[in-house]
Design a binder for this molecule. Sequence first.
Ligand code: IPM
Ligand code: MN
Length: 352
Amino acid sequence: MKDLRIAFIPGDGIGVEVTQEAIKALRTLQEAGRVRAQYKVFDWGAEKYLREKVALPAGALPMLQRDFDAIFVGALGDPRVPSNQHAADILLGIRFGLDLYVNQRPVRLLHECLCPLKNRKTSDVNLMIFRENTEGPYVGAGGNLRRGTADEVAIQEDVNTRKGVERILVYAFEHARSKGLKRVCMSDKSNAMPHAHGLWQRVFADVRSRYPEVESRHLFIDTLAMELVRDPSQFQVIVTCNLFGDIISDLGAQLQGGMGLAPSANIHPGRTSMFETVHGSAPAIAGKGIANPMAAFLTLGMLLEHCGYVREAARLEEVVKMAINSGRTTPDLSGRFSTSQVGDWLCEKLKQ
Ligand code: IPM
Ligand code: MN
């Protein structure tokens, strides 16, 4: 295989700390001869933004597309930038700029003890969320009228295109088909948003008919939230719009043991894609060396799997599972180990 070219954007807060561990894991796999990769670290984040007023540097998008196969993001967000403008510029800038229309967020319970629900086996929580990643209210269409007055009007348009809806639905169904999964659930709010989500309904009717072997169903987003908590085992693949996907993927993260364990991928098939932990920069614990590096390990796993290293990705998940089983965890999982101690332990296991 050719050398994989990876751009690392550690970002802010604990993003920096967990990315360091992901890089350690990559180097471990490299030294063991299991992965061939080159990488470069970019200092994009709050520090640079405050210093130079630059979030995503000019020319960054074509450069990423040309020079890299994949992008790894730690986390972005800093209290010194209350608007979080730099985070939006970098994260949404890359998602939109590279047209990464699939936001794939797995929800997998790696150990029973991590689930906040009673009596759940690991096999009960194992699903994939596909979140549309380039449309909805996130496109930023709208504005404020009579701003700051008692008569202010705020408008945030929900943009849904036939092409945009169709490609994410097709991606979710293709995932189900290729993995032999039987159940796909599409979720929207077409009862309250008949224009925007009526389109989802119509495109769904069309797309599902092309996958007769898949059992597909629809749930309104409020019902989905309820059902995810009541019985997550009924779901294998969930596909939904940008905003609802954002919300239920946090719900999903908790079902599997918290943000410290949630990886994600932002994909456009065949193009440079971006992989990020679902957690934020966690300013409250930044710099303390106690952030859980497992989400970053699993995110590196998604990156490697996407780039063809399927066995190495499985191995990364396996060592994370081993660490949980043996209590080698950070305080968020009731352990007493530091970020780098957990990272070192995981890397030791990776070598074996
Ligand atoms: C996420 C985050 C982002 C989102 C924010 C930081 C804009 O919550 O990746 O889930 O809403 O997509
Ligand atoms: Mn989110």
